[in-house]
Design a protein around this ligand. Structure first.
Ligand code: SOE
Length: 380
């Protein structure tokens, strides 16, 4: 017996599209799932734009006020795809209305807001998840399985980068629809909340809690024209951020993110070094997990490049797609997250990362920003 799950999405940007694609594709590739997402309503302030989005993706109706969307009895789950500063009010109202919530990352613009949101969903007892999608790249999920099996032995190091170059142009304005990520009022922070939050989420998932951090940030372009006011305004986001940290398991962490690494568009890389084994992953070659196993026979020891496309059930998610050797991509991580969310509803279990998991990432982000500001180590 199947059950419809009526989705109301708020926002129609890049993330509105990735999530909508996830809802549309999931039951084709995960036919065993009981829940069937229905694209019930799409919501944004501009009637024209949201109607265009709804027509393109097949949403049944539109709303121009998120409060009206949340009040609708025919909406089961609210998907929040709006700028970060708007997450809190919508999430708390949706939780009070008893709606399930799927919230875009980062959960909030700071820890107090993230805490309030977490308490709200927990008090309401509604299903919740945050779209840290890179956990669901099959090679990254596979890394998690290897690490959890204990094969790496004691962990010494964890390092991650997320490098981009799209804000180098000093004439780029800040604020408005496409460029709210450059406006601290809307985004909360720059690369720390937008990019490092991904690295931190994956790191906590793979390697456990971060205990303390020492960070530096830089804002290379000090002033930009604001799209909405037309005035030249101070830029208060971090354009680049690097930090050192300790993990609870005793290992050391090293993280770097920037939007000023000319030539890099979305280079998310991670590496973990254990006593017996190291693993390395790179978003630009997302199907490969590089593995060095010290237990290999001496003369043959070396880095292996495992193409994570086996469909016998040994490589996560890949039995759902094509035949071994054939790849999937970025958009599939969102399909996987929807599938896991629906499975968790069926089983009555949480779907990680939950708001509480994402709150942990928020705590690291806030400690990183405070450390950079005060030029000292900060406890998370
Ligand atoms: C920023 O350019 C961005 O789109 C992030 O907001 C996403 O979370 C990241 O996955 C790709 O880069």
């Amino acid at each position: 017996m199947t059950k419809p799950l009526n989705i109301g999405v708020i926002g129609y940007g890049f993330m509105g599209r990735t999530h909508s694609n996830g809802y549309k594709r999931v039951n084709d590739f995960f036919p065993e799932l009981k829940y069937r997402p229905v694209l019930k309503a799409a919501c944004a302030r501009s009637k024209e734009k949201i109607q265009e989005f709804a027509d393109q993706w097949g949403y049944e109706s539109i709303e121009t006020d998120w409060k009206a969307l949340i009040a609708r009895p025919d909406i089961d789950a609210v998907d929040i795809c709006v700028p970060n500063n708007l997450h809190k009010e919508i999430a708390i109202a949706a939780a009070k209305a008893g709606k399930m919530i799927l919230c875009e990352k980062p959960l909030a613009i700071n820890v107090p807001d993230a805490e309030e949101m977490t308490l709200a969903v927990e008090k309401a007892g509604v299903a919740n998840t945050v779209w840290y999608n890179y956990r669901r790249v099959p090679a990254v999920t596979f890394a998690k399985q290897i690490i959890d099996s204990g094969r790496l032995g004691r962990i010494f190091h964890y390092r991650a980068n997320f490098l981009q170059d799209w804000t180098i142009n000093a004439d780029l304005p800040q604020g408005g629809n496409a460029l709210w990520r450059l406006d601290a009022a809307a985004a909360g922070s720059g690369v720390t909340g937008d990019l490092l939050s991904h690295c931190i989420d994956t790191a906590i998932w793979l390697n456990g809690k971060v205990t303390d951090v020492s960070a530096m940030t830089e804002t290379f372009i000090k002033e930009r024209v604001h799209t909405e006011t037309g005035a030249r305004q101070k830029v208060t986001i971090d354009d680049a951020c690097a930090f050192l940290c300790h993990f609870e398991n005793g290992s050391l962490g090293l993280f770097e993110s920037t939007r000023y690494a000319r030539g890099h568009k979305a280079l998310y890389t991670l590496e973990i070094n254990g006593e017996k084994m190291s693993l390395r992953w790179d978003l630009h070659d997302l199907h490969r997990l590089e593995v060095f196993d010290y237990q290999d026979e001496g003369p043959l020891r070396g880095w292996r490049s495992v193409h994570v496309t086996d469909n016998s059930g040994e490589h996560p998610y890949m039995d759902k797609w094509w035949v071994p050797g054939l790849q999937i991509g970025y958009e599939h991580t969102f399909v996987h997250q929807v599938a896991d969310f629906l499975k968790s509803l069926e089983q009555g279990t949480p779907c990680s990362p939950t708001f509480r998991d994402a709150l942990e990432t928020e705590k690291v982000c806030d400690a990183v920003l405070a450390s950079a500001k005060e030029r000292c180590w900060k406890t998370v």
